[in-house]
Ligand binder design. Structure first.
Ligand SMILES: Cc1cc2nc3c(=O)[nH]c(=O)nc-3n(C[C@H](O)[C@H](O)[C@H](O)COP(=O)(O)OP(=O)(O)OC[C@H]3O[C@@H](n4cnc5c(N)ncnc54)[C@H](O)[C@@H]3O)c2cc1C
Length: 513
């Protein structure tokens, strides 16, 4: 049986994995039915310390781990995130669109996109099918003070301080869930005869053995990469961005509004993220070093900061982070499974890293192998599923670029070259020219991005699907339903705009209470 799980690495991947496993397998069970969960962290290697945007899945994850939402909101400088706004992606002329977390009205039973395309008039897709764009325009919250913990009026995730988040997870895992936290730098890996990891040798001379080893060592990829040499699949030819300049800037005043979504503004050779927390904003330029020099990237970032009067004027120097865009060929090898950046990382355009950690850790926790033979089967399935997640992530991120009409730099021109596009994305685009993306057209059961997300990006970017309504059975009946849903949506939008507090007001109330 997997009695001892050793997680190496104490960044958000390590602590989320520890929490998700320990919450289910109860290391504190004195009857011996639980699993011992050890988290080992090097005192010498710092965490990444970025990763400030989550998906709505984080609400369920935190609830399952047993963290109160109010504690989380207060201790991690959290704000509510209702999606992303993409600015200047289509033409670079100040235009923008939303990818919200709320799916189109009636999603699953009525495909409103087809009907919106058929007779769209002058209302944009998001506003026709969902209230969240208008709510984000006004900086409103997704819930009211009366809404219970983790419940919502409008679906939401979070913006958070990554360092404080790791501290909260660590305290909770150690004090409430019985995770055994140890400091130690892994120097060497000892192998068993079958090639499994038998034990880790630490620089203080100690050895640590276990049944399953989770590699959460970030870019070091100590076990999956350095020890096992599992090949790395580069995505540099598809998603060019490999450098980030990150900076944290205070608000100009204490009552500056807090945006309800991540703002992503396209630049000459990448894009700038802008995440508002109650006390400050996390802003960064992620760009391609093949297309832009560091100095020019710094200038573009500085121009962005200077143009915003809501930011304090004493911004510190940005921190530079470099990365190889890509992922491992497989993620579970022998008795070692990689979770987090050690498994792979591509630019944070849709904040897909933390959600992949949550999904990987959940799978691991739900399928903690009962014996070594079962582990081989579980590993195979894990590799299939996580491999499909990566296909989905890469296709979806690249979609944002290939739909752009920008030609103002080599970067944007290179993104439109067919040889930089995955075949799977080319196939999908071919389909979407004559057919609206829908739940039933996916070949991928393990998708992270739903057809709703694809619709928001496609139609937000001005993509046109040529609808032939006579081909659809029951079009007339569906059209009546679609009309009703879109009319209702306008009413709901008005109601939300009138009833929701601002993000700032709700967060002040929670944090002050
Ligand atoms: C610029 C940027 C922006 C991002 N934005 C987002 C976002 O908005 N949303 C999102 O979901 N994700 C985002 N991410 C990704 C996110 O930051 C990571 O997924 C997350 O921080 C998890 O990192 P990690 O725990 O895998 O690695 P790390 O945080 O790097 O942790 C590695 C751990 O391994 C330990 N370690 C290393 N070597 C050893 C050793 N020899 N012995 C023992 N321990 C060792 C270290 O001490 C450390 O504790 C972003 C990433 C970048 C680069």
């Amino acid at each position: 049986m997997t009695k001892t799980v050793v997680i190496v690495g104490g960044g958000s991947a390590g602590w989320l994995t520890a929490g998700i496993i320990a919450a289910r397998h109860n290391p504190l069970d004195e009857g011996g039915q639980g699993a011992r969960v050890i988290l080992l962290e090097s005192p010498d290697v710092a965490n990444l310390g970025v990763g400030e945007g989550t998906w709505p899945t984080m609400r369920d994850t935190l609830r399952q781990i047993g963290i109160s939402e109010v504690d989380f909101l207060r201790s991690c400088d959290v704000s509510f995130k209702q999606g992303s706004q993409f600015i200047d992606w289509q033409r670079g002329e100040g235009e923008s669109y939303y990818h919200p977390f709320v799916p189109p009205a009636g999603y699953g039973s009525a495909n409103l996109a087809a009907h919106w395309l058929d007779r769209r008039g002058d209302i944009n897709f998001v506003d026709a099918v969902c209230p969240q764009g208008k709510v984000c325009d006004l900086g409103l919250a997704p819930k009211t003070p009366q809404t219970p913990e983790y419940a919502f009026g409008l679906n939401y995730g979070y913006h958070l301080n990554a360092g404080k988040f790791v501290e909260l997870l660590k305290c909770h895992c150690v004090e409430k869930l019985g995770v055994d936290y140890q400091l130690g730098h892994v120097d060497q890996v000892l192998s068993a005869e079958n090639g499994d990891i038998a034990a880790l040798c630490l620089s203080n001379g100690e050895k640590m053995s276990g049944d399953l080893f989770v590699d959460c060592t970030g870019f070091a990829a100590l076990l999956i990469g350095k020890h096992y040499q599992v090949p790395f699949v580069s995505q540099r030819d598809c998603l060019f961005n490999d450098t980030a300049l990150a900076v944290q800037v205070n608000h100009a005043s204490e009552d500056t509004p807090i945006a309800s979504c991540t703002k992503s503004t396209a630049q000459s050779s990448g894009w700038i993220w802008d995440i508002a927390l109650p006390t400050r904003r996390g802003i960064g330029y992620v760009f391609s070093s093949q297309h832009l020099s560091l100095e020019k990237a710094e200038d573009e970032l500085q121009r962005y900061l200077d143009a915003d009067p809501a930011l304090a004027k004493d911004a510190p120097s940005p921190r530079k982070i470099t990365f190889q865009p890509g992922h491992r060929q497989t993620f579970w090898h022998k008795n070692c499974v990689a979770v987090g950046v050690s498994a792979g990382f591509v630019e944070p355009l849709e904040a897909s890293a933390l959600v992949l950690i949550e999904k990987s850790a959940e799978f691991l926790s739900n399928n903690l192998p009962q014996d070594r033979k079962a582990m081989t089967v579980v590993a195979k399935r894990f590799n299939e599923i996580v491999g499909k997640y990566w296909v989905d992530i890469i296709d979806f991120l690249k979609l944002h670029y290939v739909l752009s009409e920008r030609t103002d730099s080599d970067y944007w021109q290179d993104h439109s070259l067919i040889e930089t596009m995955p075949d799977s994305l080319c196939d999908s685009l071919e389909l979407w020219r004559s057919q609206v993306p829908w739940v039933s057209d996916s070949s991928n059961r393990a998708e992270l991005f739903s057809a709703a997300s694809v619709q928001y990006v496609l139609y937000g970017m001005g993509f046109v699907t040529e609808i032939n309504s006579s081909r659809y059975r029951g079009w007339g009946k569906d059209a009546e339903l679609a009309d009703r849903l879109m009319r209702d949506n306008l009413g709901k939008t008005e109601a939300f705009m009138a009833s929701q507090p601002t993000n700032r007001d709700l967060l002040n109330l929670v944090r002050g209470g």
